[in-house]
Design a protein around this ligand. Structure first.
Ligand code: PHE
Length: 479
């Protein structure tokens, strides 16, 4: 089809000097494809012309053929008038006939107000070409016409017109090979984009999660299991030495479950956690206030994946020491008021390293490496407070596109109250950090509203587009 069309264009140009595609019964994208290919080789030049055309709707076609509703109504009214109650089937026609003063009311009857009327609407529809803008608007309102935008092309000879072989072969068939036929092959154009395939796409968060997994695995990390969306407050808070009076535990911040099910918690460790909270130990004074086992046994939707890190670390502390680098990326839940940058559920990325004598410099080093690989090359640390890490640092990254520093994570060295209680020796330290998956995703896909990324308002076309573009870690965050 395309080759035939190109031939037609070239032949017509040869005879007429100008080709106008306005009347062609070929989809405009097909014509465009042909002239794009011809103009890329300077065989033709073209200009696109856009114009609006007025077309009859189905109803418009009926009126053009049978006359307008008001005319039909006018014709129906006998000399002695029509009872108002009988007019009901002609509601539309009656309204327009009154508007045009074709009919009048007298008592309970409607009479013709003129002897003869001409059906202007019908005449307009039969001769759409000669009507003015106001009439088009009126007919549009009556759903008798639609205005469609159409485009066509004016094609002229290009600088290489006539000098090129007009019929280059684009495909070599078996037949050609068998016949040993000499053909002029069309050179490949490696610079055009391929067709966008009508297929689904990975959700941007899933894509980013996969990219992050590759970064973590490349740095030698192993993935933790994070299947406990529902967890005991014990793992989410108490094991992390988070005081039972901490505001994060309030139901205003955390979703608790109404359940009588008691979580299965390691007995001795449970007691040890109670002791460190109430009386302290390992050089700490503890919180010096009563610790309620019932609070720790409450079931809740985890507020961070650090609950899983705590469970994993406890397990490791029961084994002979072995250094480890672990990560997780999964969903967490907080009782937040939902706005452009907050949702009640989101994803957290978490990384931790267990080894002997790890210091803040190790943490800063790994964070620099991690964020650089993520495409956030310029980072800054700010001292912060976190109940389960000491020291703690917030991480800020410079967003080249927005030209400002943005908070992209929270980090620190887990407290001895947490690690020693689990059973780790004094010289074992754990450096860790966490951030939301949505934050870098919003930066990467230039979104201002988190609800464009997660939830029922996500645009499926956006998801498809994100699925098509490959991840380029150097440029992903820079523009
Ligand atoms: N759990 C922290 C948060 O929810 C992140 C974090 C993880 C901080 C590990 C320090 C260490 O923001």
């Amino acid at each position: 089809m395309e080759e035939e069309l190109k031939k037609k264009i070239i032949d017509e140009l040869g005879t007429k000097g100008l080709v106008n595609t306005e009347k062609w019964d070929v989809p405009s994208n097909v014509i465009h494809g042909c002239i794009l290919s011809l103009s890329s080789r300077d065989v033709v030049e073209y200009e696109k012309v856009e114009k609006s055309v007025v077309e009859l709707t189905q109803e418009g076609r009926e009126v053009a053929h049978d006359g307008s509703q008001e005319h039909a109504f006018f014709r129906k009214i006998p000399a002695e008038g029509m009872l108002i109650s009988e007019c009901e089937p002609f509601r539309v026609g009656r309204a327009f006939a009154f508007k045009k003063n074709w009919v009048k009311k007298d008592g309970d009857k409607i009479f013709r107000a003129q002897d003869n009327v001409s059906d202007d609407v019908c005449a307009m529809l039969q001769n759409l070409k000669s009507i003015g803008e106001n009439d088009v608007d009126m007919l549009k309102k009556r759903n008798l016409v639609v205005v469609k935008k159409m485009q066509y092309y004016l094609i002229r000879e290009g600088s290489k017109f006539g000098t090129e072989d007009k019929h280059l072969t684009t495909e070599v068939t078996a037949q050609m090979v068998l016949e040993d036929k000499q053909v002029d092959l069309k050179p490949f154009n490696f610079h055009t984009d391929g067709l966008v395939l009508p297929c689904g796409g990975l959700h941007p968060l899933a894509k980013l999660r996969d990219d992050l997994k590759i970064i973590f695995l490349g740095l030698g990390f192993m993935e933790m299991s994070t299947s406990n969306y529902i967890d005991a407050a014990f793992w989410n808070f108490d094991a992390l030495f988070l005081s039972q009076h901490h505001p994060a535990r309030d139901p205003e911040d955390t979703f608790y479950l109404e359940s009588d099910v008691l979580p299965d918690l390691p007995e001795k460790y449970f007691k040890d956690v109670q002791k460190i909270h109430e009386d302290g130990g390992f050089g700490s004074t503890g919180y010096k206030s009563a610790w309620k086992p019932g609070e720790a046994k409450k079931l809740m939707l985890r507020t961070h994946t650090t609950s899983e890190s705590a469970r994993q670390l406890y397990k490791m502390a029961q084994q002979p020491f072995c250094p480890a680098k672990l990560f997780s990326i999964d969903r967490v839940f907080r009782n937040e008021s939902v706005d452009a940058t907050h949702l009640a559920e989101f994803h957290q990325i978490e990384g931790l390293i267990v080894d002997k004598n790890l210091k803040l410099s190790h943490l800063m080093g790994i964070l620099e490496e991690f964020y650089r690989k993520l495409g956030l090359g310029k980072i800054k640390f700010k001292p912060a407070y976190n109940p389960y890490t000491e020291p703690s640092m917030e991480v800020f990254a410079y967003h080249e596109g927005l030209r400002r520093w943005m908070e992209v994570g929270n980090s620190g060295i887990f407290r001895p109250e947490m690690l020693r209680t689990m059973g780790f020796d004094e010289d074992v330290s754990v450096i860790a950090w966490g951030l939301s998956l949505e934050r870098p995703a919003m930066i990467r896909y230039k979104l201002n509203n988190i609800r464009d990324l997660l939830g029922h308002k996500v645009d499926i076309e956006f998801v498809k587009r994100c699925g098509i573009n490959a991840f380029d870690e150097k440029t992903a965050f820079s523009s």
